[in-house]
Design a protein around this ligand. Structure first.
Ligand code: SAM
Length: 249
């Protein structure tokens, strides 16, 4: 079965997630609903996480990228934070049309494109991207789907290109409250979407199976992102989730 035609069980999980997003958007006024729908409780937090995502990509070569692909781009949290010094093109993909519309309202210009997808496809040519980001995406997919998405990302990357993805990590004490909340939601049958955890062993095994190098795996709990703010101050921070950086040989 191709990644673009997954089983109906996975289709239905995606429909549940889309429905969850629509409810979150409707639950708050204006832009805030679109921030809440992707996990940022406020506009300030939306901006902060977007800037940290960009700072992290910058550590791995963002400013030399001709094409950055942001899979599961949501409402434009990363795109809106890209600096003027980023001279490449940006393609964001997502399964949610309302989030993509919001992203296009926030960011537009000839270098930006937002594309609706269904399933696990990245609708771009083989070897066309320099960098592919997947922030808080694999956290909502089943392991088999995550692996298929990573395989699709490897197809789209050029040789030497990088995949940077975040994940909920069994080894991180700070992630366990999410696990407990998810258990409670499953128990009381109010779960709206998957919260998937992963182990480092899985990341290493998948990288081997995909014939990719592992550049880094960062603990979500450690402050591994160098964040240079517009006023010149530099601090070290984290986006909360652990992060893996893979490279296509
Ligand atoms: C928690 S949000 C993160 C958004 C964005 N990556 C960020 O960090 O701001 C997860 C996003 O993944 C999207 N998503 C879920 N399944 C997807 C799939 N199969 N393909 C593309 N996007 C998907 C959701 O619609 C949502 O926008």
């Amino acid at each position: 079965m191709s990644p673009t035609s997954p089983s109906s069980e996975h289709d239905s999980a995606r429909d549940d997630y889309r429905e969850h997003i629509v409810k979150e958007i409707a639950g708050a006024d204006g832009d805030v609903g679109y921030a809440i729908a992707i996990g940022s409780p406020s506009w300030q937090e939306f901006e902060r996480i977007g800037q940290l995502e960009v700072a992290l990509l910058t550590q791995y070569g963002l400013l030399d990228c001709g094409l950055l692909v942001d899979v599961g781009c949501g409402s434009g949290r990363l795109a809106v934070s890209l600096p003027m010094s980023f001279s490449g093109r940006y393609v964001g993909t997502d399964i949610s049309q309302p989030l993509l519309e919001q992203a296009s309202r926030l960011v537009n210009g000839p270098s930006f494109r937002f594309v609706h997808v269904n399933g696990l496809a990245i609708p771009l040519e083989d070897g066309s991207a320099d960098m592919i980001s997947m922030f808080s995406l694999l956290t909502h997919l089943r392991h088999e789907e995550s692996f298929l998405y990573l395989r699709e990302a490897v197809r789209v990357l050029r040789s030497g290109g990088r995949i940077i993805f975040s994940f909920l990590d069994f080894s991180q004490e700070s992630h366990w409250s999410i696990f407990s909340d998810t258990v409670a939601a499953v128990e009381s049958r109010v779960l709206h979407h998957v919260n998937q955890f992963m182990s480092r062993d899985a990341v290493l095994a998948w990288a081997r199976m995909l014939n990719c190098g592992v550049i880094d795996i960062h603990d979500g709990q450690s402050r591994f992102i160098r964040w240079a703010q517009p006023d010149g101050t530099v601090s070290w921070d984290s986006i909360g989730q652990s992060v893996a950086v893979l490279e296509k040989p």
